[in-house]
Write a protein that binds this ligand. Structure first.
Ligand SMILES: C[S@@+](CC[C@H](N)C(=O)[O-])C[C@H]1O[C@@H](n2cnc3c(N)ncnc32)[C@H](O)[C@@H]1O
Length: 298
C-alpha cells in the first residue's frame, strides 16, 4: 500500500507535503482504521507518563495497558519483514524505584521479536547527588519476523576507525566504509548542554535528534518504504524520512504540535538542496525527554 492509498483510508490529513502526511488524531483510533501489514518501519517515542505538558498522568497499570494497545496496533499494521524502533526512558515508582527503565515494564506488552536494545548515550544532563548522573535512554529494536528483516549495515557504518590500515594476512582488515557502530550510540541533544541554543531546537519539550532517527531509518528500511511515527510531536521522524526518500505518516493528538511539525517540514523543504545548510540540520539537531524528570528526582 502506498501513501496515497493510505490517505484514501484515513481521509484528509491535517497537512500534506511531498511524501508526508500528518493527522491530528489519537494514534490508536488512527491505526485501527488501517489495514494489516501496510507499514514497513515505525519509529517513535511515546509519552512516558511523567506529567509532561502533552500527557495526563494515568495510574501505572492503566498506562501499561494503554501502551499494550498501541503496540499491538503497530504490530498488526507492520509488514512481515518490517520493524519497530521504540525509544523509552525511565519512570519513578514510589517505594520501588527511583528510575525504572520503561522497557522492564513493557516487556509483556509486545508481540514483536526483540533484536536488541541500543543505549543512546548523551554528554550533557542533570547532575545526580546521591546516584550516578543519568546519561542514557534506550531504543528497542523490534522486528516482526526473527528470520526476515532489513539490516543495512553498510548504510550506517562509522567511518571513524582508529587503525584504518591494519592488515591481516596482507589484506586490509577494516571495512573501507567503516566499523559497525555498536549498540552504544552517542548523539548530543538540543535540550541540554550547549545544543540548547541550537537553531534546530523547536518548542517541543521532547524533540528527537534527527541524527539518531536518520541512522535507524537507514539501517531498517529501504527507499520508498513507508515510515510511521504514531507520536510524531515536532515532526523529527518525517524530516529524517523525507531526507532519506521514504514516505512518512505521523499521528499527533495536539494540534499545536501538528502545526509545529508542518512549519518545520516547510522550513526543511525550503532548505533542501542548499548544501551549506543541509548538514547543519542533521548534525546540530538533538533532544532530551527526561531532563525535567531527573531534575525532580535529583
Ligand atoms: C515524546 S513526544 C514525541 C516527540 C517526537 N519524537 C519529536 O521529535 O518531537 C510524544 C508526543 O505524542 C503526542 N501524543 C500523546 N498522546 C497521543 C496519542 N494518543 N495519539 C497521538 N499522539 C499523542 C504528544 O502530544 C507528544 O507530542
Amino acid at each position: 500500500m502506498n501513501l496515497s492509498q493510505i490517505r484514501d483510508v484515513l481521509g484528509k490529513p491535517y497537512y500534506q507535503k511531498d511524501e508526508f502526511l500528518i493527522y491530528n488524531l489519537d494514534c490508536i483510533s488512527a491505526m485501527q482504521m488501517l489495514p494489516d501489514e501496510v507499514i514497513h518501519l515505525t519509529v517513535t517515542s511515546p509519552p512516558y507518563n511523567i506529567g509532561k505538558e502533552y500527557e495526563e498522568p494515568m495510574p501505572l497499570e492503566d498506562y501499561i495497558k494503554w501502551c499494550g494497545t498501541w503496540i499491538a496496533e503497530i504490530y498488526r499494521i507492520t509488514t512481515r519483514n518490517g520493524a519497530f524502533w521504540l525509544n523509552l526512558g525511565y519512570i519513578q515508582i514510589p517505594g520501588r524505584a527511583k528510575a525504572i527503565p520503561l522497557p522492564y515494564l513493557l516487556w509483556e506488552e509486545s508481540p514483536f521479536y526483540l533484536i536488541q536494545e541500543i543505549i543512546w548515550n548523551y554528554g550533557a544532563g542533570v547532575a545526580g547527588k546521591n546516584f550516578f548522573s543519568p546519561r542514557n535512554e534506550k531504543f528497542l529494536w523490534y522486528v516482526k519476523s526473527e528470520n526476515s528483516y532489513t539490516f543495512n549495515l553498510d548504510a550506517v557504518r562509522d567511518p571513524n576507525v582508529k587503525y584504518p590500515n591494519q592488515k591481516k594476512n596482507g589484506k586490509i582488515k577494516v571495512n573501507p566504509l567503516g566499523k559497525n557502530p555498536t549498540d552504544v550510540w552517542q548523539f548530543p541533544k538540543v535540550t541540554s548542554g550547549k545544543n540548547r541554543a541550537s537553531k534546530e531546537r523547536t518548542p517541543h519539550p521532547a524533540q528527537f535528534p534527527v541524527s539518531v532517527i536518520e541512522r535507524i531509518i537507514r539501517a531498517s528500511s529501504n527507499k520508498g518504504e513507508v515510515i510511521l511515527d504514531p507520536f510524531i510531536g515536532s515532526g523529527t521522524t518525517a524530516i529524517a524520512a523525507l531526507y532519506l526518500k521514504r514516505p512518512a505518516i505521523g499521528f499527533e493528538i495536539k494540534e499545536e504540535y501538528c502545526e509545529l511539525a508542518a512549519t518545520r517540514i516547510e522550513r526543511y523543504l525550503g532548505m533542501r538542496g542548499d548544501e551549506d545548510l543541509q548538514p547543519s540540520i542533521f548534525k546540530e539537531e538533538s533532544q532530551t525527554l527526561l531532563d525535567d524528570f531527573y531534575d525532580s528526582i535529583c
